[in-house]
Design a protein around this ligand. Structure first.
Ligand code: CP
Length: 304
């Protein structure tokens, strides 16, 4: 399968996702250190207009372990963006240097706009409160490896309004006919436009504000951070900060096979004591970003 731009999970079919997940499995030994020169001679450019640890470094790791090279825009303040260069011009120029571009930008829709000006694949690494498709693919991969995508009962908890990871994930889960419970305070519910889309696709969705009540009925608990940086009014953030906290005591109500995921970074929504329980999978999840991004890079650069 040839990929071009990776902008939104809405652009993928179920079959295409399955191909990517299967390909990622083939890359796991290389992600763990086995030598490869598959992307030798290829260059990836990373453009992060917002902070990142996992996405930026796992793309970089994926590229380097496959024998390719990475160029990085660095801090926006030290690039010509600070002189007022537009995103469109920046993309046009970097397309002359690299074989693919990973872009994170605070503006929703920026990745799709960038794709219109790019002569190389754009991989959306998060566009504001919009989408984060490569995170979703690694989330699906984590579920496939650590639980099961069949007959999945999953709860998404936290900031479902501004959290781009859950927006992308919900679209993908609807393709797998997952039973989804959306847990958030009223003011951070999943946007209506997304819920409408999901229902049109026949998704099974229940909404609640209470995490405790659902713990005994789910296979995956997907926890998210309240996205402080997206709140127009800091006082509104203070009203919901710390509203959900997963603790070892709370997990006494959980099914034996429950796994807990989090795209990370976390603040206080998962107590560190949970890290030592059998339920925690968020650090494995961050590792799985490497084989999944290897698969995406290989496909985007047309070598797989
Ligand atoms: N999960 C995720 O996108 O993490 P970073 O913001 O550190 O890239």
């Amino acid at each position: 399968m040839m990929l071009r731009h990776i902008i939104s999970m809405k652009d993928f079919s179920h079959d295409e996702i399955d191909i990517i997940l299967k390909r990622a499995k083939d890359f796991e030994p290389i992600a763990r250190g086995k030598k490869s020169s598959l992307l030798s001679g290829k260059i990836l450019a990373t453009l992060f207009y917002e902070p990142s640890t996992r996405t930026r470094l796992s793309f970089e790791t994926a590229m380097k372990r496959l024998g390719g090279e990475v160029i990085d825009l660095g801090s926006v303040e030290k690039s010509s963006v600070a002189k007022g260069e537009t995103l469109a011009d920046t993309i046009r120029v970097i397309g002359n240097y690299a074989d693919a571009i990973v872009l994170r930008h605070p503006r929703e829709g920026s990745a799709r706009m960038a794709a219109q000006f790019s002569n190389v694949p754009i991989l959306n690494a998060g566009d504001g409160a919009g989408h984060h498709p490569t995170q979703t693919l690694l989330d699906l991969y984590t579920i496939m490896r650590e639980s099961s995508l069949s007959n999945l009962r999953i709860a998404l908890v936290g900031d479902l309004k501004y959290g781009r990871t859950v927006h992308s994930l919900a679209y993908a889960l609807s393709m797998y006919h997952a039973d989804m419970t959306l847990i958030s305070p009223k003011q951070l519910q999943m946007p209506d436009v997304i819920k409408k889309d999901l229902k049109k696709q026949g998704a099974s969705i229940t909404e609640t504000t209470n995490m405790e009540d659902v713990l005994g009925d789910i296979d995956v608990l997907y926890v998210t951070r309240i996205q402080k940086e997206r709140f127009p009014d800091p006082a509104e953030y203070q009203k919901v900060a710390g509203i959900y906290r997963v603790t070892a005591e709370l997990l006494e109500k959980a099914l034996d096979n429950l796994i807990i995921m989090h795209p990370l970074p976390r603040l206080d929504e998962i107590d560190p004591a949970v890290d030592r329980t059998k339920y925690a999978r968020y650090f494995e999840q961050s590792f799985y970003g490497v084989p999944v991004r290897m698969a995406l890079l290989a496909m985007a650069m047309e070598v797989a």
